[in-house]
Design a protein around this ligand. Structure first.
Ligand SMILES: Cc1cc2nc3c(=O)[nH]c(=O)nc-3n(C[C@H](O)[C@H](O)[C@H](O)COP(=O)(O)OP(=O)(O)OC[C@H]3O[C@@H](n4cnc5c(N)ncnc54)[C@H](O)[C@@H]3O)c2cc1C
Ligand SMILES: *[C@@H]1O[C@H](CO)[C@@H](O)[C@H](O)[C@H]1NC(C)=O
Ligand SMILES: *[C@@H]1O[C@H](CO)[C@@H](O)[C@H](O)[C@H]1NC(C)=O
Ligand SMILES: *[C@@H]1O[C@H](CO)[C@@H](O)[C@H](O)[C@H]1NC(C)=O
Ligand SMILES: *[C@@H]1O[C@H](CO)[C@@H](O)[C@H](O)[C@H]1NC(C)=O
Length: 253
């Protein structure tokens, strides 16, 4: 079997979000909503399926959808002020820009497998959950043995999509199929193909990140140091706030 070559994944890093202002701006639901509406890429008619306050009917189902630790599944656990479920990178840019403008912390959640709840809990104050449950497209190219994978996809979905197109390609990563690509690759990613092909992160050939200034950068744009920092050296966690989208790499036999 050959390693499927290149996972390109979109890491959205928001490194300076919290430190950006000394004094929080005053904010409320309407103002935040207005901010999202005024982002040119997010149109009002789309917001219904992108933005949830605690009073929204879908708020709880979405929050609980990938919440894995029962200890935090209670009404007294810290809960996001808002949940944003982006469908594309422009939505993510809008979420970053508005969270920053209102000095709200931002948590990113892909598969929700962090048992300490780092992807959806924050005890420091009001925060926004960027839930990547809708951000999970996978595009496998067997010709050049690469794939683009969005950060919200699960490992199982990646494996399935590759296997559905090829009997000889694979992506070296972890065992648990419901683990999210976003958290997995940013932490390294060990699996059964590791001895031959290395960590999942070693097989990333490109990535997209959203900077705190809401610019979208690919590997070339971010530069090799930042790219390797995200994918090889420290993982996204070094940057405190990241999101990912992915491209896959080929494994050969
Ligand atoms: C049952 C189980 C089996 C596992 N098996 C393996 C295994 O075989 N091999 C292995 O290496 N690991 C394994 N792990 C560990 C797993 O890879 C990590 O917990 C990983 O961080 C989970 O990623 P997630 O996206 O599902 O979790 P999340 O809770 O969504 O995210 C985990 C962390 O990464 C951050 N994050 C999430 N998405 C992004 C993003 N797009 N950009 C930047 N940061 C992001 C979150 O903010 C959080 O801090 C396993 C974990 C569990 C619970
Ligand atoms: C959290 O609570 C909801 C509703 O009570 C339940 O459907 C869900 O299974 C719970 N999740 C976990 C991980 O306990
Ligand atoms: C797959 O990759 C090959 C080689 O780079 C390219 O020519 C082709 O257009 C790609 N296919 C798709 C569907 O993108
Ligand atoms: C698997 O591939 C077939 C044929 O290319 C396609 O019709 C089907 O939708 C794929 N399955 C999934 C779940 O993508
Ligand atoms: C954001 O950062 C990028 C990369 O550092 C830079 O090129 C760009 O000009 C910045 N954009 C703004 C609006 O400050």
């Amino acid at each position: 079997m050959a390693p499927i070559g290149s996972i390109i994944f979109a890491l959205f890093s928001l490194p300076f979000l919290v430190a950006s202002q000394d004094q929080p701006l005053s904010w409320d639901d309407d103002q935040f909503y207005e901010c999202l509406l005024h982002e040119p890429t997010i149109f009002p008619r789309q917001l219904g399926s992108l933005f949830y306050t605690q009073s929204a009917q879908s708020y709880w189902p979405i929050l609980q959808s990938t919440l894995r630790n029962r200890r935090f599944n209670s009404s007294d656990a810290s809960k996001p002020r808002y949940i944003i479920t982006p469908h594309n990178s422009d939505h993510i840019r809008g979420a970053v820009m508005c969270s920053k403008r209102f000095n709200l912390d931002l948590r990113v959640r892909s598969g929700g497998h962090d048992y300490e709840g780092l992807s959806y809990l924050d005890r420091r104050g009001p925060f926004v959950l960027l839930d990547l449950g809708q951000f999970r497209k996978i595009d496998v190219n067997v010709t050049d043995k690469t794939a683009w994978v969005e950060a919200g996809a699960s490992l199982g979905e990646v494996y399935y999509n590759i296997a559905n197109k090829s009997g000889t390609l694979a992506f070296p990563s972890g065992l648990c199929r419901s683990v999210g690509v976003g958290g997995h690759i940013s932490g390294g990613g060990q699996g059964t193909l590791m001895r031959k092909y290395g960590l999942a992160a070693d097989n990333v050939i490109d990535a997209l990140i959203v900077k705190a200034n809401s610019t979208l950068l690919d590997r070339k744009g971010m530069g090799e140091d930042v790219f390797l920092g995200h994918t090889r050296r420290w993982g996204c966690k070094f940057w405190r706030r990241c999101l990912m989208e992915t491209q896959i790499s080929p494994c050969s036999s």
